[in-house]
Write a protein that binds this ligand. Sequence first.
Ligand SMILES: [Zn+2]
Length: 307
Amino acid sequence: MYFPRPYPDEPTLSLLIRAGRHLGLALPKLIKDIFHADTKSVNFNRPLYLRSISAYTRIDQNSFLFNHTYFPYVTAFLPPRFVNELRSGIFDGSAVANAPYHFLGGSKQKTQFRLRFCVECRESDVRQYGETYWHRRHQLPGVFMCLTHCRPLLETDIPAGSNKMRHCNYLPADTEGKEFPLLIDNVKMKKIAQASIAMLDGQVVNVETLISRYQKLLQRFEKNERNYRLVDHPVYVSMKSFYGERYLAATNFSWYRGTTLVNYGDPCAPVFSTAFRFTTFKHILLNVFIHDLPEDLGLQAEDERRV
Ligand SMILES: [Zn+2]
């Protein structure tokens, strides 16, 4: 059976939307007749029908998972055991754990994220392929810039986390986007975009390295080592001034006062607290912040705490 092949960086649902058009089938019919699935399972963010798509496109499941789903981004900071379990569940076709993907759609209670595209990428896709498609790297939380063209992405009114068919049948050529207000300076935006795309491209950050980086950061805020667990909040205050409240609010970055990021139950083997919901996006912001932290920023946070 004819089935289109995915374009570079194309997420699964974008391929399904194009497949429906190529085959002359409405998207709900394609999902029911070709994949024998319920349209309620459809979503821009989750891996979908991997086994069948792999058979139709002749791309092995692992390559498809890494190149056309958000799996590598979502799992970049998760412990290897959990990543392997999640991958086996996806390959077996057993219930896909959806929880790790939720944050990609934003939150109905806070900011709901919307699909984005780059005007120049859209024009270039039409020239090269004769049609447009969504790009994964334009949908990553907090990324509002196309790194290929160094220009702001346009935002559509399509909710990124929706599973409603009326939201799921558009390609960039069908929509008009509007410019997203500039919430952060270009240098920081570029660093966040680069770090996010590195995770999407398969870079993995070792958990021990991350904890050690975070502990060094805490040492800069609190000289008394016994008080590590009490100083998470000053780190957040400092991050807030680094990124700006508007950017953090627009990207749903929250921090729970009184909850520590690292659990010191076993002082020789500290782990990230499971109670602290820390997503890939939050880890990226923390890491960019740690790399960029000027010498005097710790002092600034100390001053803010005293006020
Ligand atoms: Zn572009």
